[in-house]
Structures are given as structure tokens and as C-alpha cells.
Design a protein around this ligand. Structure first.
Ligand SMILES: N[C@@H](CCC(=O)N[C@@H](CS)C(=O)NCC(=O)O)C(=O)O
Length: 325
């Protein structure tokens, strides 16, 4: 098979053009660096307050899903509001729909935006990056505090304990911080972002390299979870949350849509499956998993890789089964 397939320039559709914008000239997908990187802390411009901050999320997006999970685990639902975009990403990006139009959606009742990009322009009229979710919005300063999920989950974990119904849960304990950071690094590169690097690769070489590295990462996780209940120090931490949102999408989406098909979680990774079931069954987590949004988003939005927009039937393994079964 050719390893140097050229982009179909003349016949390129809008969607195809977008795909090639995501991948570099070397065929490798490059994820943009997030641009709003403030934190929330007492005595600063962004002080912790109940009802002041708002999350803009997609139920489909694994990065946004992390923030919803931490919000639920920490019991912050009545202190931090949420708007949920439609699963379909159009050429103007994420947009809002009513719950009647698309069940699960929560329109933007704060800024009355129709598109997520309006939130970015409200925060910075000169903004020129991608319009990604999650977004942590400050209703007082009328700006975006942060749009990087890995930082938002640390903010939610630590800065709202006075309002939290579960303040004793610490997903990033100091004693485990170095191990969590080290684990996050390779799991992000090989797995969380690895599925995208496989699925959005535009050359055979880039795809084959990344999919191989991805499965080496999953094998490494399987070996850890065969001996441990959780990824780091045998305690449930943010490292587990960050991986969970990728694993829950793996068989129903990444295996087919992103061609990550060397193995499945269901059949080939029993320890990962057991771990995923344990997490899925924690309080508040299964309610955050919306397979309709997840499957339709990927299969219907990325028309450059699925032009028919047909969505496969299978939802992946049954995560309601007891992890000890
Ligand atoms: N680094 C960001 C990545 C967020 C991200 O890439 N979100 C995707 C959805 S899964 C998005 O909104 N993409 C829109 C775009 O790139 O135009 C984070 O972890 O928060």
C-alpha cells in the first residue's frame, strides 16, 4: 500500500479541507494548545464562589466529559452550572439546541449564544484559535477562566471544597502528584490523544505508527490494572478519570471510526474492562455517559472520514455488569 497518498486537492470538500487543516504536512494530527489558562483561587481575580462559574461542555467530547465527571464526583452540581452543546459539530463549530430538538442538550441561558465561538469572542474579540470545549466561564468577570480540561479538573478538585458535598475526595493528592503526572503524560500521548492521532492521520505511515503506539499504551495499562485496582498507587485519582473517558468511547467509536482496530476493550483487555465497570458504577458517573451524543458526534460530524454519517449500532461493552463478575 502507498505510504505517500496525496491529499485530494481538486476534489476536496469543505470537510476534507478541515481534516487536512487538523493534520500537518507530515500527515500527523496536531492538537492545538489551549489559550485560556487562568486558575481559581481565594483572594485572586477568580475567587471560588458558589454559582459564579459555568461549564460549557459537549457530552460527546472526552475532554469535556472529564470535567463533568469531576463536577459530579465532588458534588458540585448546584454550585457550577452547565450548558451542553448539540452533538453535531457543523462548519461553524459547536452549537446549542434545545432539549426538545436534541435530548441531553442544555442551551446557553447565560450568554444566549447560539454557537460556542460566541463565548470565545465575548472573552476575547481577537481570539483566533479553535473553539473547543470544555470552557470554564466566569459570570462575574464575563470571561473564560480556562479552556484546558486537565487544568479545569484540578480546579474543581481543589478550589470548591467549601461547597462540595464530597470534599474528602482528593483526585490529585500531593503524595501521589509526581506519579499521577508521569502516568498522565504517557497515557495522554499514547492513548487519549493517540486515538485522534490514529484516526486523523492522513498518511498510512502516520496512522500505522500511531495506532501501534496506542495499543502498546493499552497493553501497558492492562498490565498495571491486572495487578492494581487503579492506575496510580492503587487509589482512584484524576489519572483514572482522564483515561476512563477515552476507554468508554473506545469500542463503540475509536475501534471503527478512528481505525483503532488491533484489539477491543471488550474482548482483549479484561483488566481494563473490569476497571471501567468499577468507575462507571461510581455515583454520578453513568449519568454522564451519553452514548447517543458520543456516537452521533463522531460518526456524523467527521464527514471527512464517514461521509455517509451512518452510525453503528453497538454501544460497546455493558458497563453495568458487576466488576467482580
Ligand atoms: N486540550 C483541550 C482539548 C479540547 C478539544 O480538543 N475539544 C474538542 C472536542 S472533543 C473540540 O472542541 N474541538 C473543536 C475544534 O477543534 O474545532 C482540553 O483537553 O480541554
Amino acid at each position: 500500500m502507498s505510504t505517500t497518498t496525496a491529499p485530494p486537492t481538486a476534489a476536496a470538500t469543505d470537510a476534507t479541507a478541515k481534516l487536512y487543516k487538523w493534520a500537518g504536512a507530515d500527515g500527523e494530527f496536531k492538537r492545538q494548545v489551549s489559550s485560556f489558562r487562568e486558575t481559581i483561587a481565594p483572594g485572586t481575580r477568580f475567587a471560588p464562589e458558589s454559582g459564579r462559574y459555568h461549564l460549557y461542555v459537549s457530552l460527546a467530547c472526552p475532554w469535556a466529559h472529564r470535567t463533568l465527571i469531576v463536577r459530579a464526583l465532588k458534588g458540585l452540581e448546584s454550585h457550577i452550572g452547565v450548558s451542553v452543546v448539540d452533538y453535531l459539530m457543523t462548519k461553524d463549530g459547536w452549537h446549542f439546541s434545545s432539549a426538545e430538538e436534541t435530548p441531553g442538550c442544555i442551551p446557553d441561558n447565560l450568554n444566549n449564544a447560539k454557537y460556542i465561538k460566541e463565548i470565545y469572542f465575548k472573552a476575547n474579540p481577537e481570539y483566533s484559535g479553535r473553539f473547543t470545549v470544555p470552557v470554564l466561564w466566569d459570570t462575574k468577570e464575563q470571561t473564560i477562566v480556562n479552556n484546558e480540561s486537565s487544568e479545569i479538573i484540578r480546579i474543581l478538585n481543589k478550589e470548591f471544597n467549601q461547597f462540595s458535598s464530597n470534599p474528602e475526595l482528593d483526585l490529585y493528592p500531593t503524595a501521589a502528584a509526581a506519579n499521577i503526572d508521569a502516568t498522565n503524560e504517557w497515557i495522554y500521548d499514547q492513548i487519549n490523544n493517540g486515538v485522534y492521532k490514529s484516526g486523523f492521520a492522513t498518511t498510512q505511515d502516520a496512522y500505522a505508527r500511531n495506532v501501534t503506539i496506542l495499543f502498546e499504551g493499552l497493553d501497558r495499562v492492562e498490565a498495571i490494572l491486572a495487578k492494581n485496582t487503579y492506575l496510580v498507587d492503587n487509589k482512584f485519582t484524576e489519572a483514572d478519570v482522564r483515561l476512563f473517558t477515552t476507554i468508554v468511547r473506545f469500542d463503540p467509536v475509536y475501534h471503527g471510526h478512528f481505525k483503532c482496530n488491533l484489539r477491543t476493550i471488550s474482548h482483549d483487555y479484561p483488566a481494563i474492562l473490569r476497571w471501567a465497570r468499577r468507575i462507571y458504577q461510581m455515583r454520578g458517573i453513568k449519568e454522564s455517559v451519553d452514548m447517543v451524543h458520543i456516537k452521533r458526534h463522531y460518526y456524523m460530524s467527521h464527514i471527512q472520514i464517514n461521509p455517509t454519517q451512518v452510525v453503528p449500532l453497538w454501544n460497546g461493552p455493558d458497563l453495568d455488569v458487576s466488576p467482580d463478575a
